[in-house]
Design a protein around this ligand. Structure first.
Ligand SMILES: *[C@@H]1O[C@H](CO)[C@@H](O)[C@H](O)[C@H]1NC(C)=O
Ligand SMILES: *[C@@H]1O[C@H](CO)[C@@H](O)[C@H](O)[C@H]1NC(C)=O
Length: 270
């Protein structure tokens, strides 16, 4: 994820052609005015105060391809806040790919918590410190593929056999408070005198097939259709290894207390 390395010129071009507009592509789903679409659809902000958080959801469902969003997380003392950005097909057998960004005291590191559900089954948690300041500038967060192996490579996460791939998913994001658990198990509470807390979104680009009202449409083929099964190139894979090695703080695949009978099958994948 994060600035998932070098996008090709072709992707840049297609992405521009399909450039996202929040008015067109998303609905604000909750928060009673705390979520706002600004700047003619180019910017979206979520905010959180003591009364409520807020959230939005894509109008379309997506399969395959690549979904980029630039996000600037809650700056300053964000302890207890959680910014979630995820794909989900909803329903009891849902597929879901989650990012949750757990805020922290000023100057202390955010944690990125990830999970993957396949056919309604999750339990694939991993946690990372971020290797950049996610609050200072916008950073690009990408879902790649939504196709089998590319997810395994690209998203730092490993999913193995039951990888989300069959069910088109909506894009969701929300900002809420979870100071009962988020910051060191609930040790650090949200400082409401700092409210409202705000996370910002811009430059949404989906180079992906969309599904709406049971009809599917995909971006037109260009001279190359590499985007369709877009996954990471070698430098991207190396970068993921570097992140895992240096910034990973929890991996369900090494939590032997949790899996005394042996790790889930996907854990043996590279
Ligand atoms: C917050 O900072 C502390 C101290 O650096 C760290 O132990 C913790 O993992 C950080 N993140 C969260 C979400 O608590
Ligand atoms: C798009 O291109 C791929 C290979 O580049 C090809 O397999 C596929 O059939 C093409 N799809 C359309 C709709 O032209």
């Amino acid at each position: 994820m994060k600035i998932l390395i070098s996008f090709s010129v072709l992707l840049g071009f297609l992405a521009a052609a399909l450039g996202g507009n929040f008015n067109q592509d998303f609905d604000i789903t909750w928060g009673d005015g705390r979520a706002k679409i600004l700047d003619n659809g180019k910017l979206l902000t979520l905010s959180l105060d003591k009364t409520s958080g807020s959230g939005f959801r894509s109008k379309n469902q997506y399969m395959f391809g690549k979904i980029d969003m630039q996000i600037k997380l809650v700056p300053g003392n964000s302890a207890g806040t959680v910014t979630a950005y995820y794909l989900s097909s909803l329903g009891s057998n849902h597929d879901e790919i989650d990012f949750e960004f757990l805020g922290n005291l000023s100057g202390e590191p955010y944690i990125m918590h990830t999970n993957v559900y396949t056919q309604g089954k999750g339990g694939r948690e991993q946690q990372f410190y971020l290797w950049f300041d996610p609050t200072k500038d916008f950073h690009t967060y990408s879902f790649y593929g939504i196709l089998k192996a590319s997810f395994q490579e690209s998203r730092i996460q490993r999913c193995g056999s039951g990888v989300p791939k069959d069910q088109p998913m909506w894009i969701f994001s929300s900002l809420w408070s979870a100071d009962d658990w988020a910051t060191r198990g609930g040790l650090v509470k949200t400082d409401w005198s700092q409210a409202p807390f705000t996370a910002s979104y811009t430059n949404f680009n989906a180079l992906a097939c969309t599904v709406s009202h049971a009809s599917k449409s995909c971006p037109k083929n260009s001279s190359s259709s590499a985007w369709f099964s877009e996954s990471l190139d070698n430098s991207g894979v190396e970068r993921i290894k570097w992140v895992r090695k240096n910034y990973m703080i929890y991996d369900y695949c090494t939590d032997s207390k949790r899996f005394p009978q042996g790790f889930p099958p996907e854990c043996s994948l590279a």
